[in-house]
Write a protein that binds this ligand. Structure first.
Ligand SMILES: [Fe+2]
Length: 243
């Protein structure tokens, strides 16, 4: 009984999720927010939800969003200025969400500059449908270059929904998993929700992220916060708490 009470107390102490590691809040450079007003509004709302640090992660995808560290950091600089002007109590940083494509691999091989967060965490995503043929090679190269690979929203990929072994193989290769909070409501799909719950049950998650692109996502994030599995996720040994 005493042990149970103690466990409850410990769990409660880690509940507040104060750091977000995935969002699209730099306007005009990807499919996230369009204006600074929208960006500031979302940050205000995230502060109300309880965040005090937001690491925003614009897409880097050679075909659609050819963002460079200079472009992203230039926008971050502007955002920081606006945050100071408006007196918002939030710290912002920028990394990126790298799409695994040929350009990404070439940049890696050429020792290009990559934006990471925390302990050299490099956030990446893949095709939603097919497993990239060079997935394992890419993960190996990311690690070989000294970065810690973090797979964005594993629960959303159809090829992982159909074959969990792919994810378990990545975990064995020290790939960290970042779950989208919104997946818990079924916002993306039933299959994504089911897999999200399974990943939490199996303690496979290292990061929680909002992946907030726009104001509409805020309502989903709030809904997710009331869900049993969100609470369960916040009780995992998340690296959000180390940032
Ligand atoms: Fe994203």
């Amino acid at each position: 009984m005493v042990f149970r009470l103690f466990k409850k107390k410990v769990a409660a102490s880690v509940l507040p999720l104060k750091v977000d590691v995935h969002s699209h809040l730099l306007p005009g450079i990807d499919d996230g927010v369009d204006t600074w007003e929208e960006s500031l509004y979302i940050l205000e709302e995230l502060i109300k939800i309880g965040y005090n640090k937001v690491i925003t992660t614009p897409h880097v995808m050679s075909d659609h969003y050819p963002n460079t560290p200079e472009i992203i950091l230039g926008k971050l600089h502007e955002l920081k200025h606006l945050i100071r002007q408006h007196g918002l109590p939030v710290e912002v940083e920028a990394a990126a969400e790298y799409y695994l494509d040929e350009t990404f691999l070439t940049n890696l091989e050429n020792n290009g500059k990559f934006l990471t967060f925390g302990d050299n965490y490099l956030l990446f995503e893949t095709s939603f449908i097919n497993k990239p043929t060079f997935l394992i090679e890419a993960v190996f190269k990311i690690s070989a270059h000294g970065y810690k690979p973090v797979l964005a929203h594993p629960e959303r990929y159809i090829y992982i929904q159909e074959n969990m072994k792919i994810l378990e193989d990545l975990l064995e290769r020290d790939v960290l998993m970042q779950l989208n909070i919104n997946s818990l409501t079924g916002y993306y799909s039933k299959a994504a929700r089911k897999l999200a719950e399974k990943l939490i049950d199996n303690n496979y998650i290292s990061f929680l992220g909002s992946d907030c692109h726009n104001e509409r996502h805020l309502a989903v994030i709030r809904e997710a916060y009331s869900m049993k599995y969100f609470k369960k996720a916040t009780q995992l040994d998340l690296r959000n708490y180390t940032l």
